[in-house]
Design a protein around this ligand. Structure first.
Ligand code: AMP
Length: 341
């Protein structure tokens, strides 16, 4: 029997709980500082203790994963703490398409894949001098929404760059992507694509609770002006959301088009969980500013299932469990090769 393994962070509790529910042995790679915390949960069978997640590249850790016949479930912490280059070389089976993670991390590749899928995306500006509307500038790399700033013209832009450099948030080598800021409500679509059934499932929808941007409205505008507040976008949690039912038709189209585009540009495409992230603007049009090509932490809201997973699977189907179910089916039908890279 295979084991399901992941790094202790992000969505590991949900992933391993779901794996246990589907009958798998579960393996957690955890930093020693979090071992006590994770030992509180009885659905984790084996612990591999490290000081740094980079140790996953070491032969002794790799051997432990191979001895337990582990399939590694990638998530945001694997990308941010181990890095794309190493993930591509890691000699352990990974669930999903490990090559598409590079397309998530690299802003140019990301834009290319989103354009190919046909989803509307914000206008991007090649130089600050071109800015002609409210923009959001983003440092490259997964930084959890810190190091972003809003600018409505090039003067704003350069004064923020100066400020960020002084604060040590960026260096001369850092690249910024300048994107039109879409005014509206941010929404995150969580999908699961099953290559075994050749079917897309809408798994859940959430919004993020970001500091300090979600707290700014609690401060009167006169005070905001006086203390010269600017927004940051650091995610502290997620809130569940259901959409107007009439919007769901397009949500499925967006997901299916993304799967098709990923199959063309990054074979084998997008097996497993992914997320499309965007804003409904004031005309009710969805404009996507990001995607995540793996499980997102927003699925943690739905450990017992979401209003949407309930429609497809009945009660108690989390994204973690859905991954394990797909792996179980792949083992049973001898089609596991369609799910791993
Ligand atoms: P990201 O790291 O790209 O997921 O963005 C972090 C947060 O910044 C999002 O959750 C949104 O609140 C906001 N954001 C990012 N891009 C845009 C955009 N183009 N228009 C409006 N808000 C954005």
């Amino acid at each position: 029997m295979n084991s399901i393994a992941t790094l202790g962070s992000h969505c590991s509790l949900q992933v391993l709980k779901g794996a246990k529910e589907e009958g798998f042995n579960t393996v957690l790679v955890t930093k020693s500082s979090r071992e006590k915390f994770y030992r509180r949960y009885d659905f984790i069978d084996e612990y591999i203790i490290v000081e740094d997640f980079q140790e996953i590249m070491n032969d002794d850790i790799k051997d432990k994963l191979l001895e337990t016949d582990s399939i590694l479930i990638p998530h945001g912490t694997l990308i941010s703490e181990v890095g794309i280059e190493k993930i591509e070389k890691l000699d352990v089976p990974i669930f999903g398409n490990r090559h598409i993670l590079r397309w998530e991390a690299d802003r140019n590749l990301k834009t290319q894949l989103m354009q190919k899928s046909g989803v509307s995306i914000p206008k991007t500006f090649n130089s600050p001098e071109e800015i002609d509307c409210l923009t959001i500038s983003k440092l490259s790399g997964a930084r959890g929404g810190s190091g972003y700033f809003l600018a409505k013209n090039s003067e704003d832009y350069y004064s923020y760059v100066e400020k960020f450099k002084k604060q040590g948030l960026m260096t001369d080598d850092d690249e910024l992507q300048i994107q039109e800021y879409i005014i509206g409500v941010p929404v995150y679509f969580q999908y699961f694509y099953s290559p075994l059934k050749n079917e897309l499932e809408l798994f859940g929808i959430d919004k993020r609770y970001e500091t300090n941007v979600d707290g700014l409205g609690r401060i009167p505008s006169t005070d905001q002006n006086e203390i010269k507040l600017s927004p940051t976008y650091i995610v502290v949690g997620n809130l569940p959301l259901v959409l107007r039912e009439s919007l769901l038709v397009e949500v499925y189209d967006i997901g299916e088009n993304f799967v098709t585009a990923s199959q063309e540009l990054v074979p084998p495409g997008m097996p497993g969980p992914f997320c499309m992230e965007g804003v409904y603007d004031s005309n009710g049009k969805f404009i996507a500013f990001e995607f995540s090509a793996r499980i997102v932490a927003g699925t943690n809201i739905f450990t017992t299932g979401s209003p949407y997973s309930y429609l497809t699977h009945g009660a108690n189907m989390s994204m973690g469990r859905r991954i394990a179910l797909e792996i179980k089916t792949g083992i049973k039908n001898q089609t596991l090769d369609k799910l791993l890279t």
